[in-house]
Design a protein around this ligand. Structure first.
Ligand code: NDP
Length: 334
């Protein structure tokens, strides 16, 4: 099996030299084990946090160990009745072409006609659930709310905009980092308004897009986006703090919002969350999303990069905004 390991802990932006590719020989299958050839690997922003040796909600990656993360593959050998050869599975063994482990570590996923299996890494999987949890359990989305989401053209963001609408939001506003992404948000993803945060100050653009304020802010970005949202959140507004990607490669501590007092004056509620704490909502979310996808009611994009050898580059490109929707790595077997 060819696997990608962390060779050194990056400071600031990671570089290719911080990673190494190794060959691992798996032995014969032990009773209960399965061998899986991966079809798609996920590259996700949270992986940047795990490359640093600091306490967080998931343990840091160990040096000289294969980077773990979401992947979808097909079972090619099995010593388990529960997970037979040919089954498609979702698992967390990450950046490798072949995984051989106990069958209990793999979850069989259903193939849905016309829907790529890679969607178990996005709309039907972790990033879709993150959107759903943030909007419902954290922000308490109500019918008629105006919702603003940053990072709107990414994996989580494209799910947030559409799920918000499905659950009754009256107006959905998004920000993203290019004119093409902004166009896509309104033309394809049903956003009422969208803007390019690189063009002018976020504060100015959000105030223009939300003349009547916003009720819910779904924060993927942090920094000036959070300040802009605190300016326009209506009384009783809620913010789901999901991520702060604008700061992940900074070694300096980010400045706090300069308008924190609005939280008091307008009785706002800001709540951070990690999707790992809400696995129990997957049973409610997945059938709903599968139904919407089957009915063709949810749009999705993937930026697909070919080859295990391009995984690190795909990860770095995603952190810089090269993706629309979910960034995934496709392996030759698929
Ligand atoms: P995306 O698919 O959104 O990819 C990352 C995007 O971030 C890029 O495409 C880029 O888009 C944007 N970006 C990069 N730098 C900046 C910046 N300085 N300012 C604004 N935007 C920037 O990734 P995901 O959907 O997987 O993740 C989105 C967010 O959600 C991340 O913050 C992630 O950490 C968080 N997350 C949190 C989870 C949780 O449990 N709390 C679970 C999953 C994700 P652009 O071109 O628009 O700049």
């Amino acid at each position: 099996s060819i696997q990608i390991q962390l060779a050194a802990r990056p400071e600031g932006w990671p570089a290719q030299e911080d990673f190494r590719t190794v060959q691992i020989e798996y032995g014969e299958l032990k009773p209960g084990q399965v061998r899986v050839e991966n079809l798609y690997l996920s590259v996700d922003p949270y992986m940047r946090g795990r490359m640093t040796d600091a306490p967080s909600y998931v343990a840091p990656y160990a040096l000289d160990e294969t980077l773990t993360g979401g992947a979808v593959g097909v079972v090619v050998a099995s010593a388990s009745d529960a997970v037979p050869v040919g089954a498609h599975v979702l698992h967390a063994f990450g950046w490798r072409d072949v995984a051989q482990e106990d069958a209990s570590s793999f979850r069989i996923v259903e193939e849905i006609d016309g829907i790529p299996l890679s969607l178990y890494l996005s709309m039907l999987g972790m990033t879709g659930l993150t959107a759903y949890v943030g909007l419902t359990a954290i922000a308490g989305l109500q019918e008629g709310d105006t919702v603003f989401v940053s990072g709107a053209a990414g994996a989580v963001g494209t799910a947030v905009g559409q799920i918000a609408r499905k659950l009754g939001a009256a107006r959905v506003i998004g920000s993203a980092g290019s004119a093409e992404k902004v166009e896509l948000l309104t033309a394809r993803y049903g956003f009422d308004a969208a803007f390019d945060y690189k063009e002018r100050p976020v504060r100015e653009q959000l105030a223009e897009a939300a003349p009547d304020g916003i009720d819910v802010y779904f924060d993927n970005v942090g920094g000036d986006h959070l300040e802009a949202a605190l300016d326009v959140l209506n009384r009783g507004g809620r913010a789901a703090l999901c991520g702060a990607i604008s700061t992940y490669n900074d070694d300096d501590k980010p400045a706090g919002p300069d308008n924190m007092a609005n939280i008091i004056k307008r009785s706002l509620r800001l709540e951070g969350f990690t999707v790992g704490g809400y696995g129990h909502l997957a049973g409610e979310f997945q059938p709903l999303m599968a139904e919407w996808l089957r009915a063709g009611e949810i749009a999705y994009d993937e930026t697909v990069v070919d080859g295990l050898g391009n995984t690190v580059q795909a990860f770095l490109d995603m952190m810089r905004g090269a993706n629309t929707g979910k960034m995934v790595v496709r392996l030759s077997r698929s």
